[in-house]
Design a protein around this ligand. Structure first.
Ligand SMILES: *[C@@H]1O[C@H](CO)[C@@H](O)[C@H](O)[C@H]1NC(C)=O
Length: 144
């Protein structure tokens, strides 16, 4: 019992003091690992998907961009359906959105973002590369 209380205290203390950046990094690492697992299991057969590129015009659109990626992922054929489900769920978590978003809250509110269907269609391989690069960039930015 004493040990249990002690553990709880340690966990609580960690929750308070742990840098949010550390939590974001851990979550992003998990998402990137899941990406790799899924990436290798996708059947690319010339499927074209709306692909957000999140260029400078759209750098404050992380939320809608991630939702777009997540919804389009459902069209891909994969043998790892369970991983895919978890991966898509994570992409829509606010912690991931906050990690990918490099803008202030104010700029994010003002941002004008395209609808998912307005992004140009790219081959599913390019789609996956764009998603990976988005997540990797967020990871590198947080790490530095
Ligand atoms: C994803 O898979 C493609 C092959 O379909 C490969 O070229 C690429 O390097 C993979 N990306 C990652 C991050 O594993």
């Amino acid at each position: 019992m004493k040990l249990f209380v002690c553990c709880l205290l340690v966990i609580a203390a960690n929750a308070v003091t742990a840098a949010p950046a550390g939590q974001k990094l851990a979550k992003l690492r998990e998402v990137l690992n899941d990406f790799k697992k899924i990436n290798g299991s996708i059947e690319h057969n010339g499927l074209m998907l709306n692909t957000p590129l999140m260029d400078d015009d759209e750098k404050c659109c992380a939320g809608s961009v991630l939702k777009c990626f997540s919804s389009k992922l459902s069209e891909l054929k994969t043998t790892k359906a369970e991983h895919m489900k978890k991966f898509r769920r994570n992409l829509e978590k606010s912690m991931i959105e906050k990690s990918v978003n490099a803008c202030s809250e104010e700029d994010t509110k003002k941002a004008i973002c395209q609808a998912c269907e307005d992004y140009s269609m790219k081959d599913s391989r390019v789609f996956m590369q764009a998603l990976e690069s988005l997540l990797q960039k967020a990871y590198d930015r947080l790490k530095n």
